[in-house]
Design a protein around this ligand. Structure first.
Ligand code: BGC
Length: 882
């Protein structure tokens, strides 16, 4: 790891406090102490019932206030690819960042820090105190539905970038929440599965990024996951929460539950869970008060939870008395202190992350996998006809599904952005090529009209059981969700209905598909005629009530320009859980055969074809894993047919995780664009036309087929057990151990220039902890300035594969940039921990003597330089740095 993540930011802060004078004397016993009160003193001053009240949420996103100790409510919001706020609402849009797998592909901790700092500032400006990000689970399987929210398949890359993310967010005085602790690496049965994973594998892989975020970056919260690890639910996992996270790593922040993950009173409280979210219900409340009265949960343990919450409040500026006094030179603390002084920007527009930074970051994440005959960048002077093809060229997927999703401020559509960047004389044709959607797409903006206001969108009403309208408003979006804030009488199992009315003006004549989605009873009338009347099932995972609620469809024939009056009625199901959501979808019926043929014709008539394929809206989401690595729909066929008629076919893959690319050898170039956030189009135009270099390298192996993937499906057995029997051999470690070739190796990526690796030297052992500094010299041998990601892998002495250990593992990395012909020297620091392994019998990290080999290169399969490092003794490695 290199870059800012190595700096320690746990500098102790001294605090001085005036005695508490404000508040309700009945609620708080008077404090009589000679020194300024600590958070612990404040906690101890509160009655038990008040302490317990503070430890469950006030609603879906807020904590409780406690004026008697100067505590205001703290507001949480999901991340990581944006800060949504406490509502999902098109009137409250957010900057949409590249998803974490894209940031993983940048391998650039400085860039991640800058983005996260800007995200923190946006959060702050929206009154958010706690960002529920970053997600630092590992891409154990490429099918993981939430893999787009993870940085990488490797813990060192994940830990390095996630630490930068934490420091960036917290530099704005907003708390980061490292999640989901631990073993939530896949989604199937995530609420209940039991990850069986050995202690050494936990330590060396899955815990490592958490450890880095705690010990190196000083995160202020950790979120306990839904799943179990080795038989114990993570919210009740005494050993991992108390012994490892708090006692061993010294975590002094708050452990929050994942939402609804606290499912017991005593076990969670005793395991040192600090905060049960959301609220106001939950397993604590009265039951926890009783447990304290009965001595099952000690007052001391209760005070520790409250003190941690108050410490968090102080850090984010939610504890008004007194202000933070800074340790000298503590920049992140300074920002926090500024927040204490000038907390709110009420009434001002939110400080959205700068679009230019988002555009740059997306380009830095794009990975050029293949570039035969320098097909890219396109030579704009040699092109007079360009065919832009593919479902994602016109309907890009900028983010994954689930809690991370935001309503973006804007979306740069690839086809439009490419057109805009080309001179007027270039003819650009645009064709979708095929359809990939899983649910009927939302009606495009501008095609619906609110019958009450006459403006684009729809009229929303909440109607009680007597048929009285209890609330109504205009909405621009036909895809709505609520956690809180719906009127009484509306909700799961309640009698009230949600009603949408709108007028739809079709752009073309012919058959259209209409759909309504939501968990419960759904009715759709078109011009007064009922076309849908049915009930959808309650999903297993509550998040699916929002991400993929049951959908009912009907076909209807419409005339272009003749409006149809649509009315949707939604009665939420009894037994439903999670966010309340309802959606209206509309799409003209199109035949794939026709779309494919049109794309082929366009490609044949063009000088070059850019085919933008990838995930559809619901291919990748929280709540479920993908069933296959194949691209959805007939996209493989589309590419093959286009490449057969146009030898300058450039394929762009818009997926957050790996897909199979059976056509890769037929394409002139293949560019992986991930889920790149709102600036997809502008960044893509920059890269295709050469204004920017594709700066990314793979943070995950791209498989050649499904049979050789080290871990493919992640379905627990009938007993709920998910066996991590592959041990340390996930991702490239698994391919290397088995001697199998992936399609594209971990770390691979071409860029627009070439590099020679000239030398590596073991420069010195750093005195404080035994980290090893390497000095690597590379030279830009190509024709333009560029970025190289220098990767250092470490191979253990002897034959590690025979011991089930990786042949080599990433130990450190650094970004280097140089002009054509120039050489650059970069320092890459291998942490002492990279030389150690976790010995289960000793319950400790140990470093084996012998000859280690450092291999330096451009990917895990393109190693250009080696150096030997001899360690003489068996020793206990200093665990100070992950
Ligand atoms: C997700 C978390 C998220 C929380 C709140 C959970 O279902 O697993 O990542 O922060 O919901 O939306």
């Amino acid at each position: 790891m290199t870059g800012p993540e190595l700096t320690t930011h746990l500098a102790a802060r001294t605090t001085t406090m005036a005695p508490v004078v404000s508040g309700d004397p009945a609620a708080a016993a008077p404090l009589v102490i000679a020194r300024p009160p600590t958070e612990r003193d404040l906690a101890a001053s509160l009655p038990v019932a008040e302490k317990v009240r503070l430890l469950s949420g006030a609603d879906s996103w807020r904590t409780h206030d406690c004026p008697s100790v100067g505590l205001r409510q703290m507001v949480t919001s999901d991340g990581p690819n944006g800060v949504r706020g406490a509502t999902k609402d098109e009137r409250n849009p957010s900057a949409c960042l590249p998803s974490p797998s894209a940031l993983g592909a940048s391998w650039d901790a400085d860039l991640v820090y800058r983005l996260a700092a800007a995200l923190g500032a946006e959060a702050r400006s929206k009154g958010i105190d706690v960002l529920l990000a970053p997600t630092v689970n590992l891409m154990r399987t490429p099918l993981g539905g939430r893999g787009f929210e993870f940085f990488a398949e490797d813990p060192v890359l994940t830990g390095g970038l996630a630490s930068a993310f934490v420091r960036g967010v917290q530099s704005a005085g907003v708390a980061a929440t490292v999640k989901h602790f631990v073993g939530n690496d896949s989604e199937t049965e995530r609420w209940t599965y039991d990850a069986r994973v050995s202690e050494s594998v936990l330590r060396e892989l899955y815990l490592l990024p958490f450890e880095a975020c705690v010990r190196v970056a000083g995160t202020w919260l950790v979120m306990a996951a839904y799943n179990k690890v080795n038989g114990s639910p993570m919210t009740e996992n005494l050993r991992l929460l108390r012994d490892v996270l708090k006692n061993e790593w010294g975590f002094d922040g708050v452990v929050t539950s994942d939402w609804h993950a606290a499912r017991s009173t005593h076990a969670t409280a005793l395991a040192t869970l600090d905060l049960s979210m959301p609220g106001p219900e939950g397993p604590w409340g009265e039951l926890l008060v009783r447990a304290v009265d009965e001595g099952i949960v000690t007052k001391d343990l209760l005070d520790d939870k409250v003190a941690r919450l108050l410490r968090l409040a102080r850090r984010v500026g939610a504890l008004t008395q007194p202000a933070v006094q800074l340790a000298p030179g503590d920049a992140s603390g300074r920002a926090a202190n500024d927040r204490v002084i000038a907390r709110t920007t009420n009434g001002q527009a939110p400080a959205l992350v700068d679009a230019g930074l988002l555009r740059h970051a997306a380009a830095e994440s794009f990975v050029l996998l293949r570039n035969a005959d320098d097909a890219l960048p396109l030579d704009r002077s040699a092109i007079s006809r360009l065919a832009v093809i593919g479902p994602n060229a016109v309907s890009p997927v900028i983010q994954g599904g689930g809690s991370a999703g935001v309503t973006p401020v804007s979306v740069s559509v690839p086809a439009d952005a490419i057109r805009a960047e080309l001179p007027d004389h270039v003819q650009v044709s645009v064709s979708a090529g095929c359809q990939t959607w899983h649910t009927v797409p939302d009606a495009p903006p501008g095609i619906l009209t609110d019958p009450v206001t006459g403006t684009p969108g729809l009229h929303l009403e909440f109607i009680d059981r007597e048929g009285t309208v209890i609330a109504a408003e205009h909405r621009a979006s036909a895809n709505l969700a609520w956690w809180d804030g719906v009127p009484d009488g509306i909700g799961w199992g309640k009698p009230g209905r949600v009603v949408l009315t709108t007028s739809f003006r079709p752009r073309e004549s012919g058959s259209h598909l209409l759909s309504v989605a939501g968990v419960g009873s759904l009715l759709l009338q078109a011009d007064g005629v009922t076309v849908i009347d049915g009930v959808t099932a309650v999903p297993d995972d509550p998040v699916e009530a929002m991400t993929r609620p049951g959908e009912l469809r009907a076909g209807i024939s419409l005339e272009a320009g003749t409006p149809a009056r649509l009315r949707v009625e939604f009665l939420p199901a009894a037994g439903g859980e999670g966010p309340l959501a309802v959606r209206l979808g509309i799409a003209p019926v199109a035949e794939d055969d026709d779309l494919l043929a049109a794309a082929e014709t366009a490609a044949a008539a063009a000088d070059a074809a850019v085919v933008i394929v990838g995930s559809a809206e619901l291919t990748e989401s929280e709540g479920f894993d993908r069933p296959t690595l194949a691209l959805p729909g007939r996209q493989d066929e589309l590419i093959a047919r286009v490449a057969a008629v146009n030898r300058n076919t450039i394929v762009v893959v818009n997926s957050g995780m790996p897909v199979l690319m059976p056509w890769a050898g037929q394409a002139a170039a293949v560019l992986y664009a991930w889920l790149p956030g709102q600036e997809f189009g502008t960044a893509l135009a920059d890269v295709l036309l050469g204004q920017a270099e594709p700066g990314g390298r793979l943070p995950v192996t791209i498989p050649a087929d499904e049979t050789t993937v080290p871990v493919l499906h992640a379905e627990p057995g009938a007993d709920g057990v998910l066996d991590y029997s592959e041990g340390l051999l996930i991702g490239y470690r698994g391919y290397d151990a088995a001697g199998l070739a992936p399609a594209y190796a971990f770390g691979h990526g071409l860029g627009y220039t070439t590099w020679d690796y000239e030398s590596v030297e073991c420069a010195r052992w750093l005195p404080d902890g035994g980290d090893l500094e390497l000095s690597v010299r590379v030279r830009n041998t190509g024709g333009r300035s560029g970025k190289e990601v220098v990767q250092a892998y470490l191979a253990e002495p002897g034959d590690p594969a025979r011991r089930g250990r990786p042949v080599r593992a990433l130990a450190a990395f650094a970004v280097v940039r140089a002009a054509p012909g120039e050489s650059a020297q970069v320092t890459v620091t291998i942490p002492a921990r990279a030389f150690a392994r976790y010995d289960e019998s000793l319950a400790s990290w140990i470093t084996q003597g012998g000859e280690f080999t450092v291999q330096v290169g451009a990917s895990s399969r393109d190693l250009r330089l080696t150096a030997a490092v001899r360690l003489t003794a068996l020793s206990s490695a200093r665990p100070g740095r992950a």
